[in-house]
Design a protein around this ligand. Structure first.
Ligand code: NAP
Length: 247
C-alpha cells in the first residue's frame, strides 16, 4: 500500500485462517483498524486480534455466518459501533466442495452458493449502505475459472457468479465513489486448497505455476493492499488474477 491508511476501518470476512488472516494482518500493519470475522474458530480469531493489538493496532473479532443475512447485518453494525466508520470490505470467506458431478447433492449446491455467492452479494449490499465515499469492496473469485479441472464445477460456478456480480455492480457503486473489484488467486497454501489433495496432486499444481511453488496467503494480501489503496482509485469492476502465472 503506497499511502498508509491510518484511521481507516476494514471488515474482512473469513479472517480467522488462511488468506483472510494474512489480509487482516497486512491491513493492520498499514494502520487500518480491522474487524476479523470468523464462522467457527473463535480461538484463531482472538489470537489474531491479540497479535494486532500487541503491535499497536486495533482489531475486533466478530462471529458471523456470511450465508445468513441477519448475521451479516449484525457484523456490519458491530463494526460501526466499535469504530464509527467503514472504508474497506473484503469478502474473502469461502468454501470449496470438490466432487464429480454425479456426487454433488442439493445440500452441497445450496451451501456452496449460500456462502460464496449469497454471502458476497448481501455483504456488497451492506457495504454500499455503510462504506464511506472512496470506499473499497474486494470480492474473492478464483483462477480456477481459467481451467477445466474435473470436480471443480460447483466451486467454479460460484466464483463465476462472484465475478459477474462484481462487474455488474461497478457502475451502481461508482455513483457513491466506491470501487468494487475481485481477486482471483491461483492455488494458495491454505486449508481450503490442501484439504482434499495428496502430496502428488499438490506437486502437480506447483508445476502449473510460473514460479514452481504455491502461492502463500501473504502473496494475495499484497494484491488486496493495492486494490484497497488510494492508488487504485481508477480501477473498478475488474478481476485481478493474482495467481503466480497459474496456467
Ligand atoms: P480457508 O483457509 O479454508 O479459510 C476460510 C475462512 O473462511 C476461515 O476464516 C473460515 O472461518 C471462513 N468461513 C468459512 N465459512 C464461513 C461462513 N459461512 N461465514 C463466515 N466465515 C466463513 O480458505 P482460504 O484458502 O483462505 O480461502 C479464502 C478465499 O480465497 C475463499 O473465497 C476461496 O474461495 C478463495 N481462493 C482460495 C484459493 C486457495 O488456493 N486457497 C484459490 C482461489 C481462491 P472459520 O475458521 O471460523 O471456519
Amino acid at each position: 500500500m503506497g499511502t498508509p491508511q491510518v484511521n481507516k476501518v476494514a471488515l474482512v470476512t473469513g479472517a480467522s485462517r488462511g488468506i483472510g488472516r494474512a489480509i487482516a494482518e497486512a491491513l493492520a500493519a498499514n494502520g487500518v483498524n480491522v474487524v476479523i470475522n470468523y464462522a467457527h474458530n473463535k480461538g484463531f480469531a482472538d489470537e489474531i486480534v491479540h497479535r494486532i493489538r500487541q503491535n499497536g493496532g486495533q482489531a475486533l473479532a466478530v462471529q458471523a455466518d456470511v450465508s445468513h443475512i441477519a448475521d451479516l447485518q449484525a457484523l456490519f453494525q458491530a463494526t460501526i459501533e466499535q469504530f464509527g466508520r467503514l472504508d474497506i470490505v473484503v469478502n474473502n470467506a469461502g468454501i470449496m466442495t470438490t466432487k464429480p458431478l454425479e456426487q454433488i447433492t442439493e445440500q452441497d449446491f445450496d451451501r456452496e452458493f449460500a456462502i460464496n455467492v449469497k454471502g458476497t452479494y448481501f455483504a456488497c449490499q451492506l457495504a454500499a449502505r455503510y462504506l464511506q465515499a472512496g470506499g473499497r469492496i474486494i470480492n474473492f473469485s478464483s483462477s480456477v475459472l481459467g481451467q477445466m479441472i474435473p470436480t471443480y464445477s460447483l466451486y467454479a460456478g460460484t466464483k463465476g457468479a462472484v465475478e459477474q456480480i462484481t462487474r455488474q455492480l461497478a457502475k451502481e457503486l461508482g455513483s457513491k465513489n466506491i470501487t468494487i473489484n475481485a481477486i482471483a488467486p491461483g492455488p494458495v497454501n491454505t486449508d481450503l486448497f490442501s484439504a482434499d489433495k495428496s502430496e502428488a496432486q499438490i506437486e502437480t499444481f506447483k508445476r502449473m505455476m510460473a514460479f514452481g511453488r504455491l502461492g502463500e496467503p501473504e502473496d494475495i494480501a499484497r494484491a488486496v493492499l493495492f486494490l484497497a489503496s488510494e492508488e487504485a482509485e481508477w480501477i473498478t469492476g475488474q478481476v485481478l488474477r493474482a495467481n503466480g502465472g497459474f496456467i
